[in-house]
Design a protein around this ligand. Structure first.
Ligand SMILES: Nc1nc2c(ncn2[C@@H]2O[C@H](COP(=O)(O)OP(=O)(O)OP(=O)(O)O)[C@@H](O)[C@H]2O)c(=O)[nH]1
Ligand SMILES: [Mg+2]
Length: 443
């Protein structure tokens, strides 16, 4: 898990310029627009296997847009900054104050899948945009929009093709040790496995990844045992390999009952998990006297439409057909999956929408006597994008304030002529219908 701060590039400034023609004192406005800032994009890359790149570097910023120029030359957009992450990365937006998850931005499962996590600032508009019937020669342009940074969290979910699930001590770790090079701890007490183990299994000429997860018990879906966290991990595995201890274990449980319990836990956690392709495995078949039980479990599995294998992790009996069948199923499921998933996901619209909603809000609060502070992202951005040296730009800003409803809000709050209105480090005096800039503190 890594927390990183991402910020798009700032927008370039719009240009204030007038066409120069021979014998014409001042031609029409021809300032180009500033280029948009680059986006920060996260891309899933099948070559990567960890988030190690984000362990020590936490701040990422895309390139800024360049400024517009005369003769309607627009600025160049900033390059996107592409951050690569392994498949199985989940991206969360964090609350800047509490660092709590606020929204899942993406769940990257397909190679090459991309998501914009921090849009660049828009370029400022050049002066031709501000021409109106009464303002033929606008002598101002808009500054670029500064990009905003925010924190996101990258979380790597387990990406296994198949997961071994079952009661504690059913022999899940013994099986993964037999099928792959993984060497997990194996012991005759429950909950030997505390964190999932991964193993690469060779099946003929292809291979697949199997996860051995901690044992599940009755109530796992409600958080009993270690279950809950690990059920979350198998949400994305294509195939479930359900292991049943056919001997009933040291406590002498009924294997058919065990099978039912695990089935119900999966369904209770997510109905969709229970309907996932499943293979049922009777383990410990080397123990004598199991023939009837094996036959009973086989028919239960058949009723549920699952392939069934009787094996022994101890002797290796029956494992080869199981591995080949699991490998076959996994490659079929993979082919289906890659057909159904779209490869580009653009969260910038969602982010943009949510930002607009947040930004449109502003608040007016009394700050001492006859002074008012106004806070709100859009209003603050307008102030930042305004060139204060330029009277026309300031007049334009005032008309925007009226449009947003700031005048009305101040009046409602009880502001009187001559009161000081503060926005960020800028102060104005309130003139009833109009503002007069009093001073601008340099920042
Ligand atoms: N006779 C016999 N014993 C087995 C077989 N497979 C596993 N065992 C034994 O069963 C016990 C539990 O095995 P594990 O592989 O640790 O079981 P697990 O399902 O990973 O257990 P947890 O991690 O606790 O959930 C160990 O004592 C193993 O030696 C088998 O095929 N035959
Ligand atoms: Mg284990």
């Amino acid at each position: 898990m890594s927390r990183i701060n991402v910020c798009g590039g700032d927008g370039g400034a719009g240009c204030m310029s007038f066409r120069r023609e021979a014998y014409v004192p001042k031609g029409g406005p021809d300032g180009g627009d500033g280029g948009d800032g680059g986006n920060v994009v996260i891309e899933a890359d099948a070559q990567l296997s960890s988030l190690i790149d984000y362990r020590f570097k936490h701040h990422f910023r895309a390139e800024r847009g360049t400024h517009g120029q005369g003769s309607r030359k627009n600025g160049r957009a900033g390059e996107d900054l592409v951050l690569k992450v392994p498949l199985g990365t989940v991206i969360w937006e964090l609350d800047p104050e509490t660092m709590a998850h606020t929204h899942q931005l993406a769940d990257l499962a397909v190679d090459g899948e991309r998501v914009i996590v921090a849009p660049g600032g828009r370029g400022g508009r050049g002066n031709p945009h501000f021409v109106t019937s009464v303002r033929r020669a606008p002598a101002f342009a808009e500054k670029g929009e500064p990009a905003r940074d925010h924190w996101i969290e990258l979380e790597l979910k387990l990406m296994a093709d198949a997961a071994l699930v079952g009661m504690p001590s059913a022999g899940k770790s013994s099986l993964i040790a037999r099928m792959s090079a993984a060497r997990p701890k194996i012991a005759d007490y429950p909950f030997t496995t505390l964190v999932p183990n991964l193993g690469m299994v060779r099946a003929g000429n292809h291979s697949f990844v199997v996860a051995d997860i901690p044992g599940l018990i009755e109530g796992a879906s409600e958080g009993r045992g270690l279950g809950h966290t690990f059920l979350r991990h198998i949400e994305r595995t294509a195939l479930i390999m359900h292991v049943v201890d056919i001997t009933g274990g040291l406590e002498g449980r009924d294997p058919l009952e065990d099978y039912r319990i695990i089935k119900e836990e999966l369904a209770a956690y997510a109905p969709e998990l229970a309907s996932r392709p499943q293979i049922v495995i009777a383990n410990k078949c080397d123990v004598s006297g199991m023939t009837d039980r094996i036959a009973q479990l086989r028919s239960l599995a058949a009723q549920d439409g699952h392939p069934f294998f009787a094996v022994s992790a101890l002797t290796g009996a029956g494992l080869q057909p199981l591995i080949l069948s699991a490998g076959q199923l996994v490659s079929e499921l993979r082919a289906e999956l890659s057909k159904s998933t779209s490869s580009v996901q653009d969260m910038s619209e969602v982010l943009e929408q949510r930002r607009l909603e947040r930004e449109a809000r502003f608040e007016v609060v009394a700050e001492g006597s006859r002074a008012w502070r106004v806070r709100g992202a859009e209003i603050e951005r307008l102030v930042v994008q305004t060139d204060w040296e330029n009277d026309e730009a300031v007049t334009y800003l005032q008309s925007r304030f009226a449009h947003i409803g700031l005048d009305a809000a101040l009046e409602r709050a009880g502001a009187q002529t001559g009161d000081e209105i503060r926005i960020m480090d800028t102060a104005f005096s309130y003139e009833g219908d109009e503002f007069d800039e009093k001073h601008v503190a340099s920042s």
